[in-house]
Write a protein that binds this ligand. Sequence first.
Ligand code: E4P
Length: 222
Amino acid sequence: MKLYADTADLNDLETLAAWGVLSGVTTNPTLLSKVEGEEGEIYRRVCELVDGPVSAEVVAEARGEMVSEGRRLAAIHPNIVIKLPMGAESLAATNTLAHEGIRVNMTLCFTAPQAMLSASAGAAFVSPFLGRFDDIGQNGLTTLAEIVEAFAMSDYETEVLAASIRHPIHVVEAARMGADIATIPPKVFYQMLQHPLTASGTAQFTADHEARQAKKATEVSQ
Ligand code: E4P
């Protein structure tokens, strides 16, 4: 499963890109609102930092305007993918953009039928959300599993992009269910990195190495 970063924060992207673990990036208007600067310039910088699909979300609500905004965003960089919120206008816009060779990521998918409509309209990615199901006391992993299973038995080329990830267990479960991609907030990447036994083991190795060096130095000086 490929790992994307779910952020527009350039400092976090620089850090995570240096780890060599990123295959792409997703953004949304909320994430973008947390970053200073002109929108086009932010997307350009993200594309420079990460070599892979970078989702940029449209804010227009009617299909014609969605298509125009999508074309404008796609012209920023060849790696830009147009993110559209699930709905009838977005399905129509997806179909137009896909025929022009512009990739679409259908976001805010909460059911398998929504994902199937998106794939049939030509979306390159569908984004089932996990955490927002948790927020209302439901299990998003069930829907993710349904979508992965339905797509595996169809001839869709659409990739399943698990989104709204809130903790490392979501990432592991998405992989176990066969999602193609998980888009992960920086905070969760940093949580994935850590384990107390890794920290204590590293400290122990360092202490033992230093003790050996100190012993050698004492022996030489005698
Ligand atoms: C999807 O691509 C969205 O950017 C994102 O995963 C939303 O996550 P949230 O529910 O934590 O806002």
